[in-house]
Design a protein. Structure first.
Length: 65
């Protein structure tokens, strides 16, 4: 299915946010995910579906000022 990840359209196979993170090799570390402009808590990634046309932002915290 076609989704937009961090502003780029991509073809993915994953049916959930958790599966998408694995598919994109975004495992370990600290990530925040917004699905259609709503932040998805990490505890809900397994049960949150990804569907065609979704807009997904994957963010990592950065230190600085």
């Amino acid at each position: 299915m076609l989704v937009t990840i961090n502003g780029e359209q991509r073809e993915v196979q994953s049916a959930s946010v958790a599966a998408l993170m694995t598919e994109l090799d975004c495992t370990g570390g600290h990530f925040a995910v917004a699905l259609n402009y709503d932040v998805v808590p990490r505890g809900k990634w397994d049960e949150t579906p990804v569907t065609a046309g979704d807009e997904i932002e994957i963010l990592t915290p950065r230190q600085g000022g």
